[in-house]
Design a protein around this ligand. Sequence first.
Ligand code: NDP
Ligand code: X2W
Length: 348
Amino acid sequence: MIKVGIVGGTGYTGVELLRLLAAHPQVQLTAITSRKEDGMPVADMFPSLRGHVDLAFATPEKAKLAECDVVFFATPHGVAMAQARELLAAGVKVIDLAADFRLKDPAEFEKWYAMPHSCTDLLEEAVYGLPEVNREAIRKARLIGLPGCYPTSMQLGFAPLLAQGKPLVNEASLIADCKSGVSGAGRKAEVHTLLAEAADNFKAYGVKGHRHLPETTQGLQAIAGGRKVGLTFVPHLVPMIRGIHSTLYATILPEARDTDFQSLYENHFKGEKFVDVMPAGSHPETRSVRASNKLRIAIHRPGGGDLLVILVVEDNLVKGAAGQGVQCMNIMFGIDETAGLMHIPVLP
Ligand SMILES: NC(=O)C1=CN([C@@H]2O[C@H](COP(=O)(O)OP(=O)(O)OC[C@H]3O[C@@H](n4cnc5c(N)ncnc54)[C@H](OP(=O)(O)O)[C@@H]3O)[C@@H](O)[C@H]2O)C=CC1
Ligand SMILES: CC(=O)N[C@@H](CCC(=O)OP(=O)(O)O)C(=O)O
C-alpha cells in the first residue's frame, strides 16, 4: 500500500483528493493536515466521507508526513516550496497542486506570484505533472509541479497541433477563451465568489495578464520542440460550481490546409485513458466530465475555412487538479495509471 499524506485537506482540491484516495485500492491515507481544524475528525467536516475516512485533521507539525511515501500539497502557492526539501530528504515523494514547481524560471515565478522563490535549487529536478505530455519523466520523478486547471485544458487542446515537426497553424497567435466554475477560486471566503456576486453573472478577468499565461506558454513551447508560441488567454468566471470549458482558436497555415485534423487528434491521443477525442462536430459539455478525470475534446473547422476551433472540457478539481495528481502518483509508483480514477461522470 502507498502511504499518502495531504497538506491542506480542508480546501476544495484537498477534499477532492480525499474522495479519490479513500476509494483507491492501493492507498492508505496516513496524514491529513489543517491548521484551523486541528483534531477534528475528517468525517465531521465532510459527512460525505463518513465510513470512508476515519482520520482526524492535524496541524502540519503534528501530522506524520515524513512517514508517508508521498505527500500532496493542496495549499496556496508558497507552502510546498518551504517543506519539499525536508520531505524529499526523508525519502518522501512530493506532488504540489500549487504553482511552486511549475515555472522553470524563478524570475517568472516571482513576477507572477509576487513572492520570492525559496527553493530554486529544486526547480530543475521538478517535473511538470501533465502525463499525456510528460509520462516518462513523471515515472522517474520525486517532485511534481502539477499544472494549473486552465493550463491543462489549453495544453492538451493545442498539443496535437504543436507536437508536429513543422508548424501546421500560426503558432504566433493562438487564442484561448476559457470559462471556469467558481470552485476554481478555492474554498476560502472571497467577495467575488459569494452567491449574490457570482450567480446570474458572467465576466472576464485577468485579460491584462493571468499567472497561467507564462505556465501555458512554457508548456506549449516545450510541446512544439522549442519553437516560440504566442498565446492570448482570456479567463472568465461563469455561474457554475465545477468545470472548465475552453474554446481554443488557431489559424491553419496555407501549406497545412489539407490536413485531416480529426485524425491528427485521434492518433495523437490514441490509448490515452483520460482524453476523449469526440466525433467531429461534437459540442462537449462540462457536465459530461463532472467529478471525473476525463478531458473531452472536439475539433471544428467552421465552413471548412482556415480557422480551427477546438472545444475542451474538464473538471477543474479532477483532471485540473486532484485527479491529475492521483494519475501522476500512479505513474510514479508504477501501478495502473487508472487506479482509483475510473469514475463515470454524474448527470444531471
Ligand atoms: N480550485 C481549483 O480548481 C484548483 C486549485 N489548484 C491549486 O491547488 C491549491 C489548493 O487549492 P484549493 O483547494 O482551491 O484551496 P483552498 O483555499 O480551498 O484550500 C487551501 C488549503 O490549504 C490549507 N492551508 C492554507 N494555508 C496554509 C499554510 N500556510 N500551510 C499549510 N496549509 C495551509 C488550508 O487549511 P488550513 O488553513 O486550515 O491549514 C486549506 O485546507 C492552490 O494552490 C490552488 O491554486 C490547482 C488546480 C485547480
Ligand atoms: C475561477 C478562478 O478563480 N480560477 C483560478 C485558477 C485556479 C487554479 O487552479 O489555478 P492555480 O492552481 O494556479 O491556483 C484563477 O483564475 O486564479
